[in-house]
Design a protein around this ligand. Sequence first.
Ligand code: RB5
Length: 145
Amino acid sequence: MSEGTIAIGSDHAGPPLKEVLKAELEQRGFTVLDLGTHGEESVDYPDFGRAVGEAVVSGKAERGIVICGTGIGISIAANRIAGIRCAVCHDATSARLAREHNDANVMALGIRMIGTEVALDCLDAFVTTAFSGGERHVRRIEKLG
Ligand code: RB5
């Protein structure tokens, strides 16, 4: 995946990292669909996890990235959208395997859990790694619904 549209969203904890990831994605040739939030005013992560998930399942974006303090709340929100496979990633390995084994279409990051360089490692793995395919992985993903 070298180009296309990536939807990105965060709660109030995430905008600093969201801006870094947006710049990196745009430098790589992606179009970024920024669904907010844009400031420090307290908001509710379910609203932004849902918005990114809906952008992906509707086809407005190929994949999504969501950010909150831990990555957990907003990943739960994204995963409640049918068709979303959102993985909380903490390093390049988890991001790579989320793509290879789970065909994750949304990645969640916790800005209070990992640093910027590790987040960029995750982004690189998430956008450059293809689903490995294979009967067992396809079967398991189909069971997710
Ligand atoms: C907000 O303070 C925090 O709860 C949120 O960013 C996230 O970590 C929830 O899972």
